[in-house]
Ligand binder design. Structure first.
Ligand SMILES: C[S@@+](CC[C@H](N)C(=O)[O-])C[C@H]1O[C@@H](n2cnc3c(N)ncnc32)[C@H](O)[C@@H]1O
Length: 377
């Protein structure tokens, strides 16, 4: 029996006729992709198509090809606009992992003061399209993105959530799992809200969106195990009582298998205090600016080991000081670090002068329960 599915956009009314089988398939797709209805899903496909059609053709063909600034056995620091690389047909389906931290300051420069994140999404669109082009079907896209405050008010912009929605709803990415990078050393800011008026708490996390082109990208948490806790070591030694816990979880003897470590949580506790020795020395020697928004190597280290294998290609299209490239090189992955600021791109060379092999900082933090001190009592 034929069923009718009606979907409308603001500009024109669209009528589509589909078989029950196709409708079911469409509804399933919509659900898997996080849409609340098949109509919303169709609307997003139309929007995606509109975006593609209205973009001038050969956008990036005439832009300058990024120049190689540094080359190693496995990778290159490229100086130039990463859009050129991302839209170069030669790089189609080449990449196993894009891990990057886009310039989130942009929103504050351009449109701080009005809470519209639209400018940021507009700016991001050609990158989103490029990411989709260069990633392999089982590849991952990992975006480290910080929230920002709306100027003059103790409230936050929604831009990083809008980018996430856009990537999934317009570009067909799947949200595999959110991670949160907790920087325990983060300073209290903005001071007026946190330390002066005391109406907000310290903003110490960045959102890290892990996305993929298919629901099952390459991944193995066996590559990122962390040391067992003392309690787990005791359990492994002395055994455990099987049964259903009050939480409803069934504890079986399978828990006693020693896998060499425990599975990490999606809260990544990493202080941004790693040594940048050779990088700093190099920048100082050649009077180059130190990149002000570096992420710690532990961040790409975690995702590269989690989501790729040796020999895979890792790309950072907002390469900055080439932290990603350096870590990827050390882990035996091929890599490209693309940076449009010449001084930052050149500075990245300094990382490769490091004599010691890269190892993430080993640290352990306690997280006390929140708000256990009652000054009102
Ligand atoms: C947040 S920083 C990345 C820092 C980097 N993760 C690190 O640890 O050094 C973002 C960088 O993207 C660069 N950038 C912005 N637009 C770009 C583009 N179209 N192509 C290449 N680089 C770009 C900026 O110059 C800036 O250095």
């Amino acid at each position: 029996m034929e069923k009718k599915l009606r979907s409308s956009t603001k500009k024109n009314d669209l009528k589509i006729e589909l078989s029950s089988y196709s409708i079911k398939k469409l509804e399933k797709q919509a659900l898997v992709r996080g849409f609340s209805s098949s109509t919303d899903y169709i609307k997003s496909l139309i929007k995606k198509d509109e975006v593609k059609r209205t973009r001038p053709k050969n956008d990036f063909k005439n832009s300058k090809k990024p120049k190689i600034i540094h080359r190693t056995q496995r990778g290159q620091i490229l100086y130039g606009d990463s859009l050129n690389w991302l839209h170069n047909p030669k790089n189609k389906n080449s990449t196993n992992l894009i891990i990057t931290s886009p310039p989130f300051g942009l929103i504050s420069k351009k449109s701080y003061g009005n809470e519209h994140a639209d400018d940021y999404c507009e700016w991001f669109r050609p990158f989103a399209e490029g990411f989709e082009k260069v990633l392999k079907s089982n590849g991952s896209l990992v975006i480290d993105i910080a929230g920002v405050w709306i100027k003059g008010n103790p409230v936050r912009s929604l831009y990083h959530f809008d980018v996430l929605q856009m990537l999934c709803k317009e570009y067909g990415f799947f949200l595999c799992q959110e991670h949160y990078w907790w920087n325990p050393g983060k300073m209290p800011s903005p001071a007026s809200w946190v330390t002066v008026n005391r109406v907000r708490v310290i903003d110490a996390i960045n959102c890290v969106w892990w996305l993929s082109k298919s629901p099952n990208p390459k991944a193995s948490n066996l590559n990122i195990l962390r040391p067992y806790s003392e309690q787990m070591k005791r359990v492994l030694k002395n055994g455990i009582k099987s049964g259903v816990r009050p939480s409803g979880h069934e504890v079986t003897q399978k828990f006693l298998k020693n896998n060499g470590g425990s599975i990490p949580h999606n809260l990544l506790a990493i202080a941004n205090t790693e040594s940048n020795g050779s990088y700093f020395d190099y920048c100082k020697k050649y009077n180059l600016p130190i990149h002000p928004a570096r992420f710690p190597g532990s961040l790409p280290d975690y995702f590269i080991r989690f989501l790729t294998k040796k020999g895979d290609l890792v790309v950072d299209p907002f390469g900055g000081s080439s932290v990603t490239g350096f870590v990827a090189e050390q882990l035996g992955r091929k890599w490209r670090s693309i940076e449009m600021n010449l001084s930052y791109a050149i500075g990245g060379r300094g990382r490769f002068l490091e004599k010691k092999p890269y190892r993430p900082l080993i640290s352990k933090y306690e997280i006390p329960s929140p708000g256990t001190f009652y000054p009102e009592d």
